[in-house]
Design a protein around this ligand. Sequence first.
Ligand code: C2G
Length: 441
Amino acid sequence: MKKVLTYGTFDLFHEGHYNLLKRAKNQGEYLIVGVTTENYDKTRGKLNVQDSLMKRIEAVKATKLADEIIIEEFEGQKIQDILKYNIDKFVIGSDWRGKFDYLKEYCDVIYLERTKGISSTDLRAKKNNILKLGIVGCGRIANRFIPESKYVSGINVEGVFSLNEAKTKIFQEKFELEFMEINYDKFLEKVDAVYIASPHKTHFEYAKKALESGKHVLCEKPITMELKKAKELYDIAFKNGLVLLEAIKTAFSPGFIHLINIAKSGIIGEIKDIDATFTKLSVGNLRELDKNQDGGSVTELGTYPLLAIIKLLGKPKDIKFYSYKKDEIDLYTRIFLEYPNAIASAKVGLGVKSEGELIISGTKGYIYVPAPWWKTEYFEVRFENQSFNKKYFYKFEEDGLRYEISEFLELINRNSIETYKLTSKESLIICEIIEKFREQF
Ligand code: C2G
């Protein structure tokens, strides 16, 4: 008797799950299905799982395809289960291709093609249907976005839009998406929400059209380069009751959120100075270094340090920029921000490397966040008397885009349009500063 084993969370049970189980069953005579626990999902960085373990087991049971259901509780359990249950074939969807090759030592490993589009008229009630997302653009960040989206339950990337037909086709095939479009109107008709990952200059037009068509928008930073345009986008979103979220991953990550709360708690007294640095040496024929594509250190990297400063001190009273320029691009810029009772500075560089740390100084102590602070995993609250120092640890999973995706989805499901993690007001202050820099440059 050929024994087959597969695993999954099986949250919001849908036709993709059903198809997988059916084909897994056909691979042998006896199918064992492992359902993940909440705790295991948490440790592997899966966010937003909505159904309880019991409900997810019941959903698998209801298919009548599983001969046995087991629980997956910990990392490394798969090898143990294969040996324990004498498994002949390990089966999993093609979104995991390559990831489970290490099991080939124990049994056959088969990746079955995943179900591409997920219909919203599937096995579930209408509420909290799986959100159909479309991606605008197929560049570097779009490539990183899809693997991260797999870790957020309740969202499915259905298709991709870009103007370059050949590139879009390659992207669609690579990620096994339901569709590709080079016509934006047709693309919008097929999705509930969009993630805009196209060049900076195009954000406004794509976001505006999506919002006017009633679609929620997750937009790469900077949302636009002009305050007036950013305001217009938020106005349309608010008027239509839609979510418009700027995709600043740091703002939604657990470590950074706690850092901000701790800094605001008064533990270091009154905040008097913030020093935030982000540099990323870039060489070659890159968009970041192209004046015609709005390249430069501030437009490319400024959002991160400004986020930390603005979350803690708000809108500055005055602001000054000092840059090292080459070929009409700022390869390094220091931004000084003045507040009535505090000061701050941000350093960003594409052509100058510096220590990527964040220091928040107060009247009673300071917080030190080592590089890369924008992927906050660790920080320390330090005092004159070192015996009071405290260390904090968090997890920042892989690329960390899953946190913004999860927040975006939750806002939509909760019918709210604002999140304290990144308010429209904060996003607009960042936009205004970038605009000011560009005017003075
Ligand atoms: N699946 C699919 N088509 C989809 C969605 C999912 O074929 N559109 C497959 C997945 O590839 C997986 C199974 O359905 O084989 C369960 O998917 P999830 O519930 O998303 O679970 P997953 O996070 O893939 O967990 O240890 C857990 C496993 O590593 C897989």
